[in-house]
Design a protein around this ligand. Structure first.
Ligand SMILES: C[S@@+](CC[C@H](N)C(=O)[O-])C[C@H]1O[C@@H](n2cnc3c(N)ncnc32)[C@H](O)[C@@H]1O
Length: 289
């Protein structure tokens, strides 16, 4: 059922020249109870976000330095951060978010799961005032930059990343990139919609309309992280953009746990992992699973 739609989306994105105009998110920090709850729920084991999380989790796990400090920008309810901290008990994690309700959700979840190696801080990622210069070994971020109001804010966030990273520090960021048509946005949203709440679906639509372009990411990365990270995007159309520092090849030490999580996903979410892996591989980024 998905293939013909996917094919139509590929053709549409290939034939249109310009990205859609950007519509910023209605609010920067996600604070409304509905949106917070829906987002936290979308991250459950078989939720709409679970396939994308698993793909990026595998990539991030290959980069976590034993004993190192990892900063997650815009950690939200800690859906991905919690998994990363559990799989890497030897490292220390800091989840930074502007939304107090998101941080409270994350704190609750971490307490319930006994995660003791992740601290949570209320931080604006364009300031990172509570994070010391050159204190971070790995900066990660997932699906968060598109919440920033404009390219200046994106630029300030990347400048802060450059400030807080240790000299040998690395990054793994993923976010949506701007598509070329509202039809393509509808296709991607429809893939995730089954069984999900209207609040999560709304949030997804807003996210894809608020995404920065690949060129926006290239400009700010060139300014602040040149030589430290490379940009990858899904082939054909930058539905997903990844900024990653070079890493040693080879599977993560937690590969068996990741494979087990993959096997437990429902078919639609397995398809998300496979499609992300395929289209990012075609865009130059090898899969970590
Ligand atoms: C779509 S959620 C992503 C959450 C999480 N990274 C994930 O992948 O599940 C985006 C998060 O970015 C946060 N955010 C937005 N603007 C921010 C800023 N300037 N500084 C820190 N966090 C911000 C929002 O509050 C929200 O929790």
């Amino acid at each position: 059922m998905f293939m013909p739609e996917l094919l139509k989306t590929v053709i549409r994105e290939l034939t249109l020249r310009e990205p859609l105009a950007r519509t910023p998110e209605p609010s920067q920090a996600m604070e409304e109870e509905d949106a917070v709850a829906a987002y936290a729920n979308g991250g459950r084991e078989n939720g709409a976000l679970s396939g994308a999380y698993l793909y990026h989790l595998a990539q991030m796990c290959r980069m976590v330095p034993p004993g190192g400090t990892v900063l997650d920008l815009g950690c939200g309810p800690g859906n991905l951060l919690g998994q990363l901290a559990e799989l890497n008990p030897g490292a220390r994690f800091i989840g930074a978010d502007l939304s107090q309700p998101m941080l409270e959700r994350a704190a609750q979840a971490f307490r319930a799961r006994g995660i003791a190696n992740a601290a949570l801080q209320c931080e604006d990622m364009t300031l990172l005032s509570g994070i010391a210069d050159q204190s971070i070994d790995l900066a990660v971020s997932s699906m968060a930059f598109h919440h920033l109001p404009d390219e200046d804010a994106l630029d300030r966030a990347f400048a802060q990343v450059a400030r807080v990273l240790k000299p040998q520090g690395t990054v793994y960021f993923n976010d949506f990139g701007r598509l070329r048509s509202a039809e393509s946005i509808r296709y991607f949203v429809s893939r995730a919609a089954a069984g999900e709440s209207p609040a999560l679906i709304d949030d997804y639509i807003h996210s894809l309309h608020a995404a920065f372009t690949l060129q926006d990411f290239q400009r700010v990365a060139q300014r602040h992280l040149a030589g430290r990270a490379q940009i990858y995007a899904t082939a054909v159309s930058p539905f997903t953009v990844v900024l990653r520092s070079p890493v040693a090849m080879g599977p993560a030490s937690v590969a068996p746990q990741l494979q087990q999580r993959f096997r437990a996903l429902p078919p639609a979410r397995k398809a998300d992992v496979r499609q992300l892996a395929l289209f990012l591989r075609l865009g130059g980024l090898p899969s970590a699973m």
